[in-house]
Design a binder for this molecule. Structure first.
Ligand code: BES
Ligand code: MN
Length: 458
């Protein structure tokens, strides 16, 4: 173990340089013009894994390729096998003018690495990769077989991976999946995340007149699609933050007392949180703490809203149409498809006959929940404690990683979510960052974790 830790220390500068090289790729999976960059990033990763001495293959898909890296030639029967998942694709960078440094020119200031993808998710899985390198390069035997699966479509709702899992089911069968693609409250409170919210996306379009009309000549005699859309959407939530869609809460699993107590142990300062987000006051469903609201309750957000004239100055029109992109975050045991149907039905019912309503259903991901008291979870908690040098907490998260449910249903494996990101890392936002202290703790975690998990009787 000392040999490995010494190796990590000795090579840390190079690791950070390499992580910067990795972040330099604009691997934005959502934007077709970056297709080549996504591919180049995958190629770089393959080359990098091979240099470390891991058997690595690139698997093209209809979308972006999947990188598969194995620390073994052939599975040893009886030896534990773990799957480490990550994604090399990143979110778009706009609005670009809010970035202090260009998003794909990584820069280190005060021990913090800035760049798109630094924490979501390149830095986090790279820490694990470097821990594996330390095992291999010091000639230390790993206590288990390890497969790394790094995909390139996570940020776009990953359509290729479930099929890939099915196709490679026997090779990928494992004792547990490990993911570091989420957060912790601070470095003194590492955590095991045992629940994620699900997601259900839709687009709502309201169509009125055949073309934009003069608002003075016609406004008042025809309905305004933008106003109708605003009224429809505004009515989906009441003043207490409760959603008004009939049936929406039917399947919501209430928070247990154990969970509420565990959540209360997670440090939280309302003032600090408010400042972090830049809001004058918090808002959330009545009867729940902010942490419960954002991780254990269903919510609906408008992600984008478009209608009418967006240019400079004014243009007096009744717009022909208005549209909104929405997502709901869901909790166990809500079913995304069923929820989308409820929303569609409700919108149809409340939409006035003065406009045409078009509802387009989008991608879905089931919520995730795994017992935080199982043997694997406990082993992971132990590893967290050793790596961070303090007592870990149990966390629920509000974000979604839909593939964790496929790991469960297709591979029969539970996922241990061991986040390395901090609350102010700005994922999906301008000035995304990754604290190099998180990188270091992540590498240490990657050193101790596998023996903890492997010692665990199945
Ligand atoms: N890593 C995040 C999800 C996340 C972040 C989970 C923090 C828990 C804590 C992931 O890359 C992500 O952003 N996922 C998308 C999924 C969506 C596009 C289907 C999300 O949650 O919006
Ligand atoms: Mn991510």
């Amino acid at each position: 173990m000392d040999k490995i830790l010494a190796y990590l220390k000795k090579n840390e500068k190079r690791f950070i340089r390499e992580l910067c090289d990795y972040v330099r790729f604009p691997s934005i999976s959502a934007q077709p013009q970056h297709r080549g960059d996504v591919r180049a990033c995958a190629d770089w990763l393959v080359k990098h894994c091979r240099q470390i001495g891991i058997k690595t293959t690139l698997h093209p898909t209809a979308g972006h390729p999947i990188v598969l890296a194995r620390t073994f030639d052939r599975r040893t029967p009886g030896r534990p096998h773990f799957l480490l998942y990550g994604h090399y694709d990143v979110q778009p960078v706009d609005p670009l003018n809010l970035w202090k440094h260009p998003p794909f020119e990584p820069r280190i200031t005060n021990g913090v690495l800035y760049g798109r993808g630094a924490s979501d998710n390149k830095g986090q899985h790279f820490a694990h990769l470097k821990a594996v390198e330390a095992y291999l390069k010091t000639g230390t035997a790993l206590p288990c077989d390890l497969t790394l699966l790094i995909e390139g479509e996570e940020e776009t709702g990953g359509v290729s991976l479930p099929g890939f899992l099915r196709e490679h089911r026997s090779d990928l069968r494992c004792d547990a999946v490990v993911i570091s693609d989420n957060g912790i409250p601070d470095l003194k409170h590492p955590g095991l995340t045992y629940a994620l919210r699900g997601i259900a996306a839709l687009e709502v379009r309201v169509e009125g007149p055949a073309r934009d009309l003069h608002s003075g000549l016609f406004g008042g005699s025809v309905d305004n699609p933008a106003l109708v859309l605003c009224q429809l959407l505004a009515s989906l939530r009441d003043g207490h933050g409760h959603l008004t869609i009939p049936g929406l809460y039917d399947e919501v699993q209430p928070l247990s007392r154990f969970e509420r107590q565990a959540m209360a142990r997670v440090p939280f300062s309302e003032r600090h949180y408010r400042r972090l987000l830049g809001v004058p006051r918090l808002f959330g469903e009545k009867g729940f703490t902010p942490n419960e609201q954002r991780t254990a309750r269903p919510t609906l957000e408008i992600n984008g809203l478009t209608s009418g004239y967006q240019g400079e100055g004014s243009k007096t029109i009744v717009p022909a149409w208005a549209s909104a992109k929405l997502t709901l975050r869901l909790v166990p045991n809500q079913k995304p498809r069923r929820v989308l149907e409820l929303v569609r039905r409700h919108l149809r019912k409340i939409c006035p006959p003065t406009v045409r309503l078009i509802v387009k259903l989008g991608h879905c991901g089931d919520p995730y929940w795994v017992s935080p008291q199982g043997p694997m979870a406990r082993a992971a908690m132990k590893a967290l404690q050793e790596a961070f040098g303090c007592e870990p907490v149990l966390l629920r998260e509000g974000g979604s990683i839909p593939i964790v449910n496929d790991f469960k249903t297709i591979l029969g494996a539970e996922t241990l979510l061991l986040g390395l990101s901090l609350p102010d890392d700005n994922p999906h936002s301008p000035n995304e960052k990754f604290d190099l202290a998180c990188f270091r703790h992540g590498m240490r975690l990657g050193v101790g974790l596998w023996s903890r998990l492997s010692a665990n009787p199945r």
